[in-house]
Ligand binder design. Structure first.
Ligand SMILES: Cc1cc2nc3c(=O)[nH]c(=O)nc-3n(C[C@H](O)[C@H](O)[C@H](O)COP(=O)(O)O)c2cc1C
Length: 199
């Protein structure tokens, strides 16, 4: 039986910036990715900085800010994580946001929703360890992840302008290609995972 894609592009992508810092290089990377995204992807940031610290005490009566956060994710075809590496893992603010989205039990907003992870650091391994940690979390959250290509971006001064231009041809071509691969991945997942199976 032929597989039928659930809906044609454009696809909506909600992206998370894992850093709360005003001068975040990952926020700058997110601007670069939005610029380079194929026109079939509609990119919207989902903010994480206004969420309180999660506790299951909230599960009986989720606060409006958390309900809105989950609704934002659930309105998207896919999610993208652009994150720094803090102490060889993902920042606490990002983990807190994922915990909110994953609960209350039985309402995990990531289930069946395709995802991709990317990040930048001045360090040579470019957030590789944080991304592996994040992949583990997303596996438990039952999000189909784009496994390849991986994207570990080492930031050097001047690589990105503040408004999201990439000044290096090779890096720009790689990031553009990576976003096109994400489009293909989203399309594949939406072909086999119906919206009824998504959180
Ligand atoms: C608490 C903390 C821990 C850090 N740990 C790491 C690390 O494990 N690996 C790494 O490559 N950089 C680490 N860094 C340096 C960050 O890569 C650098 O601060 C970068 O600017 C963070 O990205 P952001 O500007 O988007 O927040 C750390 C920075 C902070 C503030």
């Amino acid at each position: 039986m032929a597989k039928v894609i659930e809906h044609e592009p454009p696809y909506t992508v909600g992206y998370f910036v894992g850093s709360l810092a005003s001068a975040s290089i990952n926020r700058t990377l997110s601007k670069v990715l939005v610029r380079l995204a194929p026109e079939q992807l509609e990119m919207t940031e989902i903010a994480i900085g206004n969420l309180p610290l999660y506790s299951y005490d909230y599960d009986a009566d989720y606060p409006p800010v958390a309900r809105d956060f989950k609704a934002s994710i659930e309105s998207m075809d896919a999610v993208l994580f652009v994150t720094p590496e803090y102490n060889r893992s993902i920042p606490g603010a990002l983990k807190n946001a994922i915990d909110w989205a994953s609960r209350p039990w039985g309402t995990n907003s990531f289930t069946g929703r395709p995802s991709a992870v990317i990040g930048t650091s001045s360090g040579a391994i470019g957030t590789a360890v944080a991304q592996q940690n994040l992949r583990s979390v997303l596996s438990f959250c039952n999000s189909p992840q784009m496994n390849a290509p991986e994207a570990y971006i080492q930031t050097v001064p001047g690589l990105f302008t503040d408004d999201g231009e990439c000044t290096n041809d090779g890096t720009r071509e790689f990031l553009e290609s990576w976003m096109n691969d994400f489009l293909s991945f989203i399309q594949r997942v939406l072909t086999v995972v119906p919206s009824s199976a998504r959180g």
